[in-house]
Design a protein around this ligand. Sequence first.
Ligand code: PGA
Ligand code: MG
Length: 223
Amino acid sequence: MSTPVAIDIDGTMTQPDGGIDPKLFDILHDWPEPVVIATGKAFPYPVALCEFIGIPTQVVAENGGVACTDDSVAILGDGKAARNAVYSFESAGYDIQRGDNDLHNRWRETEVSVATTVDVSVLSEFAEAHGQTVVDTGYSYHVKSPSISKAGGLAYVAEELGLETTDFVAIGDSENDSEMFDVCKYSFSVANCDASAEAAADEVTDSPFSAGTIEALDILCSD
Ligand SMILES: O=C(O)COP(=O)(O)O
Ligand SMILES: [Mg+2]
């Protein structure tokens, strides 16, 4: 039985080297139900991915700070407090370690992405002082509002499509997917998932990374 799906990018659609598994292009292009790309990445990345897969633009970006369909864009977060937290962090002599040509944040509107090489306990102190939280995706530390999540972004996209989040099956790998798992009818973590995603998921695939996602999509097709 095919079903609407919400799929994370990093660690979930990717192979261990970081590139998207080319097999997923055909599988998602031909998926008969809505596909939502739900990511912590900045807004342009999942929009481009939808275009290159050849599917409608149905996107949750920035961990839910931005949500978009072909007909509408919603900015669900306000990045001011996150930027202030990072400004304080940097003013105290710390570095978010993104270099001068910071492509992680150049197009990011509602949160700040910090390299995972920084001291997360120090970063968290600055985040909390500004009412923000730090989410570890395994790829970035995201300084963000605790009220923003992929769950909220998916609720927006689902409503735009005339659906509910409970119509969706979610697939992901890390703590930024956990809240989305909670609002979907079923959820898979791929085998490389972190402890938070493992605890929140209904099922953990045998295979890691994109092979785990293909395994989950196969299960959904054969149900
Ligand atoms: O940008 C990140 O840190 C991770 O992105 P993801 O949500 O697609 O795994
Ligand atoms: Mg991920």
